[in-house]
Design a protein around this ligand. Structure first.
Ligand code: AN7
Length: 366
């Protein structure tokens, strides 16, 4: 019989803070493709894989953290989940709230959410609030209101989010047979870099600053080494590179348009403990990397996701990529979420032809 991936909590029961009989809310997230990208080998001299997180149920890596966060909420009796979001967290929270029978409330920066993500929050029945401000304002508001109202916060400051997200590192080690030499990923609110570092560390038999004591692994190590963590921010939203918050973050990659990341200290720890770095890339490089992934690898990602690949290519051009290294880039979200940016000014209205094979042959210049 065909075997279906069961979702993170069922696939990694020993490494997540849930016991037998605990409620589990899942849309069968995780188990995403790790795709070899020869076009990136050619540009870097390394062996490069992309971890395609856009293949998750709502089209981004956020589902990994949402299965754990929302499952935990069911244990508490709270009936409403809330988050601030640049789009993907709200889409995921709204979907998992539906699966859990809960309500969802999402607080978004007005006018800065890609159309696909907004559509997701709407069709999944979230209550939407648009704030005249940026993501950082939204997060401040949601943190405060969840402290004083019976509403569960499901942003990545909720430690259950990072618990779910760390499993992407487990999958990579399971698929490659060991940890890669380098892991590259986009950094916005800095939860994901924190979670990957936790996952790699726990699989190597260690804990990190962000590990939950109760789940810190006491299991045998599943990997023999740890990767360098390379984080990539957008040029106009690069607080971790500048070393100070950015008041008015701006980038075409709206998902990472964040000026004051919540997991700042954890991200710095991941960078430093792994002997990695966090750098920034221009919007032009982000869009160029998105085009390389689409036209030369066959993977359509949203702009924020392409930041990881843009950072890798930039590092290669600067001679910073060790030749022959095994490198994994996480591409965090699906390109279908933001088709307008991907198409740019390109023509999408094509003049129709007569409904005949001859006309098609002529139009295709065959
Ligand atoms: C596609 O949805 O912050 O550094 O509110 O959607 O863990 O924040 C999204 C972030 C990268 C950055 N790629 O990850 C939100 C939100 C995509 C994203 C990031 C996000 P973090």
């Amino acid at each position: 019989m065909a075997h279906q991936w069961r979702g993170l909590i069922a696939e990694y029961p020993d490494r997540l803070p849930f016991g037998e009989g605990d409620p589990v809310v899942t849309l069968r997230e995780g188990g995403t493709p790790l795709v070899h990208a020869p076009a990136l080998d050619a540009r870097t001299g390394a062996t490069v894989y992309v971890k395609v997180e856009g293949a998750n149920p709502t089209g981004s890596f956020k589902d990994r953290g949402m299965t754990t966060a929302v499952s935990r909420v069911l244990q508490t009796g709270v009936k409403v989940v809330a988050c601030a979001s640049t789009g993907n967290t709200s889409a995921s929270a709204a979907a998992y709230a539906v699966a859990a029978g809960l309500q969802s409330a999402v607080v978004l920066p007005a006018g800065k959410i890609a159309a696909g993500k907004l559509a997701q929050a709407i069709v999944h029945g979230a209550t939407l609030v648009a704030v005249d401000g940026n993501f950082d304002d939204c997060l401040r508001i949601v943190r405060e209101l969840t402290e004083t109202h019976p509403v569960a916060l499901v942003n990545s400051v909720n430690p259950y989010r990072l618990q779910g997200q760390k499993t992407a590192a487990f999958e990579i080690v399971d698929q490659l047979g060991d940890a890669p030499d380098i892991h590259v990923l986009p950094v916005g609110n800095a939860g994901n870099i924190t979670a990957y570092w936790m996952g790699y560390s726990e699989y190597a038999g260690r804990t990190t600053l962000a590990s939950l004591d109760e789940t810190a692994t006491r299991l045998p190590a599943a990997s023999t080494k740890l990767p360098e963590m390379w984080g990539v921010q957008a040029w106009g939203a690069a607080p971790l590179v500048l070393g100070e918050p950015v008041d008015e973050p701006e980038t075409v990659a709206t998902a990472i348009r964040i000026g004051n990341p919540a997991s700042w200290k954890y991200a710095e720890a991941a960078r430093d403990d792994s002997h990695g770095w966090i750098d920034r890339v221009t919007d032009e490089r982000i869009l160029a990397a998105q085009a390389v992934l689409a036209a030369e690898v066959g993977v359509f990602v949203e702009p924020a996701s392409a930041a990881s690949v843009a950072g890798l290519i930039q590092a290669a051009e600067a001679g910073r990529v060790p030749q022959g290294a095994t490198i994994v880039c996480t591409v965090t979200g699906n390109g279908l979420k933001d088709t307008a940016t991907a198409l740019g000014g390109r023509e999408v209205d094509i003049d129709p032809i007569a409904p005949t094979v001859e006309a098609a042959v002529a139009a295709l210049a065959l």
